[in-house]
Each structure stands twice: as C-alpha cells, then as structure tokens.
Ligand binder design. Sequence first.
Ligand code: NAG
Ligand code: NAG
Length: 260
Amino acid sequence: MTMADSSVRQRLQKTKSPSSPQQLSSQPDGVEDQSSRVISLLDVLRVIITLIGVSCALSYYLTSGASLFWNYQPWFANTAQIVQWWAGPLQLTPDQLALYNGTDPKKPIYLAINGTIFDVTEGRHTYGPGGSYEVFAGRDATRAFVTGCFLEDRTGDLRGAEDIYIPIDDPAEDISSGARKTRAEKERREARKRVLQEVNKWEAFYRNHKKYFEVGKLVGVPEYTGDPPKLCDSAQKGRPKRKNMKKARDADEAPGKPVH
Ligand SMILES: *[C@@H]1O[C@H](CO)[C@@H](O)[C@H](O)[C@H]1NC(C)=O
Ligand SMILES: *[C@@H]1O[C@H](CO)[C@@H](O)[C@H](O)[C@H]1NC(C)=O
C-alpha cells in the first residue's frame, strides 16, 4: 500500500465516520435542515415580491400613474375585450352603430369597415370628438378609407371607388375603340382588385391592432342603389395621368429626331 492510498482511505473514513452516527440518531437535525431551507425559500419569495413591488411603484411614478407594468398591456388588462368576448359577437344596424360615436364618454367607440365592427375606444383621442379620425366613429365609412375623402365619403358604398386607380380617359388619344374598351375593362378589373386589397389592409389593421378588437357585424345595411357616388374632388385630382400616346408617337416620327 502506498502512502497516497492510505491517506485517501483515512480521509474517506474521516468524512464517513462523523456522518453515519448523525444519520442514525439525529432526526431533529434533519427537521432543522428542512425548516432552514423553507425559510430561505420564503426569503427568495420575499425578495422577488419586493422587487416586483418596487418595479410597479417605479413604473407608476415614471409613467405618471398610467401603468404599473411599464405600459405593457397583458391580455388580461383589457377588461372591455374580455367582457365583449364573454358576451359574444354583436349585431348592430347602422342606426344602432351610430350611438357608439364617441360623444358619450361612458359608451365604447365603434367603427365598421366592410361590415365588421371594431372597438376603438382605446383610441378615443383619434376617434372621439375632435379627433382626426372622428368621421369613422359610429359608422361604416369604408369608402373614405379607400378614397381618403373623409368629409364626402362617409359610407360603405364602394361603387365606383376604383376610379381613383384608373387614368382619366383622353378622347383625343389615338387608339381604336376596341382597344380602348379592352383596356378600360382590364384597368377596371385591376382597380377593383386594388380596392379590395386596400379594404383588406385596413380591416387587418384593426383586427391586428394591440388596442382595438372586433366586436361583431353590421346588419341590416340597405343595398346601395341609384347612381354611384361621385369621386370627390381631391380623389379625382389624384387619379393617375395617362401618357399621351398620340403626342408621344408624333414626337417619335418628327424629322430630325436623333436615333438612339
Ligand atoms: C352619437 O351618439 C349619441 C349617443 O351616444 C347619440 O345621442 C347621438 O345622436 C349620436 N350622434 C349621431 C350623429 O348619430
Ligand atoms: C367585404 O366583405 C365581404 C364578406 O362579408 C367580402 O365578400 C367582400 O369581398 C369584402 N369587400 C371588400 C372590399 O373587402
């Protein structure tokens, strides 16, 4: 046996021997151990709770009393949304929707886009009286979303709204009537698609917004008949310009034009 071996064995015996009698006899020691562990766990909890408390207090102070959670909005913080979810989807007629126009501070603010109603109460500054999007409150003004004509187009009637994407026809343009008709049809088809995209984009905006949420559907909307609404002046002015083909061709055929 080497020196090293024996010292290792001695050490093993030393560490072993005091512990074994204890294991046999000292039930109280074990209890004490456990309770000291419980106390330290409580201490940790106490520290965590204190830290959360300090964080809330700091947040409350720094956000001027607006939030205990540094303006973080947990899903359970929006009680209106939970109440709404519990109540199920609303079905409002245009007349009923009009009551949620933001003038009564005790009522939520609703707007509709393409027949789907959203709660925008959290945006009271924007949608309430005097807000920049006030015109959308309490109604379906889908047309205004597309045309940008807030004053004129407070309606869900989208007939003819696609005109804003279609160039104004130039009667002097040198093009056969057949080609003109085909082009007009193609342009209208594509313009309608863009209107659809635009409406879907806005609907998705409200649907995915952190503070706004869907509450139901607009019902009993009368069918839009009669003449379609005219494009408002600003939308009419914003229509794309068609490059004047005739003039362009004349220029191409003009003598002395450099060839490149
Ligand atoms: C706006 O809503 C209030 C009730 O909240 C209602 O009395 C008022 O008539 C509504 N205004 C319009 C223009 O519908
Ligand atoms: C509006 O919603 C209906 C379904 O309710 C849908 O068929 C239609 O394409 C939507 N219109 C637009 C412009 O998004």
